[in-house]
Design a protein around this ligand. Structure first.
Ligand code: PMP
Length: 436
């Protein structure tokens, strides 16, 4: 059966852009944090799709709601009212602080960011949008201009009206990972302070100001930031940095957009939204992935004043993510996530090739290096080998960073501490095998 699937895939489906495994798994079934192949092998899914299956595969409560709705009504367009959408909007807006209360439902994170970009421009004299080096905001024609990481960095398609969208040198993750094409040398954290300590903040703020003053027009329409960079390999900002960056953008008339596609919905544990961990209030928040647990759902949330223009609006989605509140999954992210970070961090002391372990809640990055002195990324083939060994032993994790050198862990938020033990032991075994 596998050979047949491979054949169909090669003939009729586009190649997978970031397939790290020579032979991707052929999966059959999922239940909560577990996936099963046709041979009955089970895998602990510690990447939950790509940070998407927030409450677990085929969660019974989500299934029940979805099935009920599928049997009743699928689509009404935006020409009619359909009360599940209203109920959902009310619940979702209750999760956001004032004045972020108006919701546009869309179908993907890219689409949400497209819409946010249109909104930012609609209220500005400028068309310039900026984002960080290392940021990932989607792969639609508009958002490709914002995305600036690894294999996803592409030239802007012509005709999108997208002006400069890049902040060329603003942010290179200081805590591991060069996150920069031209500088392969890693800058792994040398001090032992907390990853969100403030040492580098002033330096980054100066760079940010330079960019605002030089490469971008004096006034800007909008600024996109992920509260923690996900695709770039779980990169955190120095404490206070994002807050100051927001102020600088606002001084120049720009609106600030928090891309919560990965960090939202309680994944970071301490707060429901990533922006709250920085003590900032965005003008626009975009969200996807965890909102739908795998259904194509996404949203843009903004203030009433900003939502008064006619902009694209599509709908027809299934409410699901409320399970996060009911089952206290944010609290679980905090509890199990803190524990997991500590457990994986122990490997940093055990293995020379584990350069950095960082993150927050259930969003953790493990950056692999050749050694802790040179901090060069571990060659891709070697990272592939460790990755594949984990899979063989029943653990699925993700990758990120320019050189795909960072393992990313972002499981469903229903995971338990025994799951963490299993994952750490499998990962440790894969590292030991690699060192032999
Ligand atoms: N923003 C962020 C932070 C993301 O991680 C992603 C997807 N990896 C997107 C936007 C785009 O979302 P989608 O794939 O649903 O278009």
């Amino acid at each position: 059966a596998y050979e047949r699937v491979l054949e169909i895939h090669s003939q009729h489906l586009a190649p997978m852009s970031t397939a790290y495994f020579p032979k991707p798994l052929l999966l059959h079934q999922g239940h909560m944090e577990w996936l099963f192949d046709y041979e009955g092998n089970r895998y602990l899914d510690f990447f939950s799709g790509i940070v998407t299956v927030s409450v677990g595969h085929c969660h019974p409560k989500v299934n029940a709601v979805a099935q009920k709705q599928l049997g009743r009504l699928w689509h009404t367009s935006s020409l009619f009212f359909h009360s599940p959408i209203h109920e959902f909007a009310e619940k979702l807006s209750a999760l956001l602080p004032e004045p972020l209360k108006v919701i546009f439902l869309v179908n993907s994170g890219s689409e949400a960011n497209d819409l946010a970009m249109l909104m930012a421009r609609a209220h500005s004299n400028s068309t310039d949008i900026i984002s960080f080096r290392g940021g990932y905001h989607g792969c639609s024609p508009y958002t490709l201009g914002l995305t600036n990481v690894g294999p996803y960095k592409m030239e802007l398609p012509s005709g999108t009206g997208c002006q400069s969208t890049m902040c060329p040198d603003v942010f290179r993750g200081p805590w591991g990972g060069s996150h920069c094409r031209d500088s392969p040398v890693q800058t792994i954290r040398k001090c032992n302070c907390a990853p969100d300590c403030c040492q580098a903040k002033d330096q980054y703020i100066e760079q940010f100001k330079d960019t605002l003053n030089t490469s971008v027009a004096k006034s800007i329409a909008g600024f996109f930031a992920e509260p923690i960079q996900g695709v770039n390999g779980v990169v955190q900002y120095p404490k206070g940095f994002l807050q100051e960056a927001f102020e600088l953008v606002r001084e120049r008339g720009g609106v600030c957009i928090a891309d919560e596609v990965q960090t939202g919905f309680g994944r970071l544990g301490s707060h429901f939204w990533g922006f709250q961990t920085h003590g900032i209030l965005p003008d626009i928040v975009t969200m996807a992935k965890g909102i739908g647990n795998g259904f194509p759902m996404a949203a843009v949330v903004t203030t009433p004043g900003r939502a008064n223009r006619e902009v694209a609006f599509s709908s027809g989605s299934l409410p699901s993510a409320m399970v996060i509140k009911e089952e206290k999954l944010q609290e679980n992210s905090q509890d199990v996530g803190t524990y997991m970070l500590r457990k994986f961090a122990e490997l940093r002391d055990e293995f020379e090739i584990v350069g950095d372990v960082r993150g927050k809640g259930l969003m953790i990055g493990i950056e692999m290096v050749q050694d802790k002195v040179s901090c060069q990324p571990l060659p891709r083939e070697e990272v592939n080998e460790i990755h594949d060994d984990c899979k063989r032993m029943g653990l699925l994790i993700g990758r990120g960073g320019i050189f795909a050198q960072t393992f990313r862990i972002a499981p469903s938020m229903c995971i338990t501490k025994p799951d963490v033990h299993f994952a750490v032991e499998v990962f440790r075994s894969a590292l030991i095998q690699h060192m032999e």
